[in-house]
Design a protein around this ligand. Structure first.
Ligand SMILES: Cc1ncc(COP(=O)(O)O)c(C=O)c1O
Length: 382
């Protein structure tokens, strides 16, 4: 098996697993309990929160741990839009056509069920949002903008700093889903002065699944989306995933410590992969300009091939790659991201996302190309 699907998820790093292990075994207390066992796990959460905040340049109370990236996105969008609307700040919110469904679906929910007015901005052919589009879309009723830092399918980065500056100058909150970019960029392109809310998911940077965080800038009020106890500063109810939180803080430290060298290494491997693929299939089209994509991501369309046969054949050849967003597996719809970039539906269906990671080596890239050769030869002849 050759795993080239690190944007879908990553394995837990050994150091992260070791840090988590005590909290699955002997340190099992409920962090809300006041006895010693509870105080131990509470201390571990507090320490992890301080560590993650320190790495981000945030304040500890600005970190809300969640049950993953989807929950962080949902909390940011539903929680901020509802709170602002309740405070009479307007009911217009803006996002972008290539967002993950963890963002698009809460937007649709707010429009269909709660009377919000939403604007979904188109992207340019390269997958980027033109900041002038955002400027034009903001009205006095706009309260929240959510645009991801980098796309999960294509790796295309938006000009986040510019988008954030526009929002700031117009008095609109700016949320970014940084779930794919965190740990893949040389530095986190984040600063408390740039963003009001940032979503993260540990399993995208060699941490555990089911643990995420919303970094919410101090002083911003948010409505809860889960009702129950007063955990996470009364912003997210439910007993904390202690081992997950400890693992997330550990994984974040490792990811940021290695990201410069790692991103350079992965970029070289990715270009090698693209050279091989394009030599093998000259009509292949690369989606997303390499200058604006994450260093590990290569999204390629193979016009003329049948998408379903392509993916089944690559799987049978031992390649773990993605047809787009992992959350859309089983869907026969072409990727909404590629359609928004103007890729025709037939071509969008015959598209492969290769995403490289820590365990990817030059030998593995060579082996992947070798494994792909007979697949393309066979499919082309059909
Ligand atoms: C950009 C982006 N946002 C949100 C999510 C959802 O995160 P999670 O799987 O942790 O719920 C993903 C996961 O694929 C993602 O890539």
């Amino acid at each position: 098996m050759i795993y080239l699907d690190y944007n879908a998820t990553t394995p837990v790093a050994p150091e992260v697993a070791s840090a988590m292990w005590p909290f699955l075994e002997e340190c099992f207390g409920n962090p809300s309990s006041i006895h010693l066992a509870g105080r131990r796990t509470r201390a571990a959460i507090d320490e992890s929160r301080d560590r993650l905040a320190g790495l981000l340049g945030a304040k500890s109370h600005e970190i809300i741990f969640t049950g993953g990236g989807t929950e962080a996105d949902n909390l940011a969008i539903l929680g901020l839009a509802r709170r602002r609307a309740a405070g009479g700040r307007g009911r217009h919110i803006i996002t972008c056509a290539t967002e993950h469904h963890a963002v698009l679906h809460p937007f649709e929910w707010l429009a269909l069920r709660e009377g919000f007015h939403i604007t979904i901005l188109p992207v340019e052919k390269c997958g980027r949002l033109d900041p002038s589009r955002l400027s034009e879309a903001i009205t006095p009723e706009t309260t929240l903008v959510s645009v991801m830092t980098a796309n999960n399918e294509t790796g295309v980065r938006h000009p986040s700093a510019e988008l954030a500056a526009i929002c700031r100058s117009r008095g609109v909150l700016f949320h970014t889903d940084a779930i794919q970019s965190f740990g893949k960029e040389s530095l986190p392109p984040l600063g408390p002065s740039d963003f009001d809310a940032v979503s993260l998911a540990a399993h995208k940077f060699y941490g555990p699944k089911g643990t995420g965080a919303l970094w919410l800038r101090g002083g911003i009020s948010i409505d809860r989306t889960s009702l129950g106890g007063s955990h996470e500063g009364d912003r997210r109810a439910g007993t904390e995933n202690v081992a997950g939180i400890v693992g997330m803080a550990c994984a974040a430290r490792l990811a940021l410590a290695s990201s410069v060298a790692e991103s350079e290494r992965l970029q070289l491997l990715r270009e090698r992969l693209w050279s091989g693929v394009s030599a093998m299939f000259p009509a292949a089209i690369r989606n997303g300009a390499p200058e604006v994509t994450l260093p590990n991501t290569l999204n390629v369309s193979f016009p003329g091939l049948d998408g379903e046969s392509l993916h089944i054949s690559l799987d049978l050849a031992g390649l773990c790659v993605s047809s787009g967003s992992a959350c859309m597996v089983g869907s026969i719809q072409p990727s909404h991201v590629l359609l928004a970039m103007g890729v025709p539906p037939e071509t969008a269906q015959a598209t492969v996302r290769f995403s490289l990671g820590k365990m990817t080596t030059e030998g593995e890239v060579t082996a992947a190309l070798e494994a792909m050769k007979p697949v393309f030869e066979r499919l082309r002849s059909i």
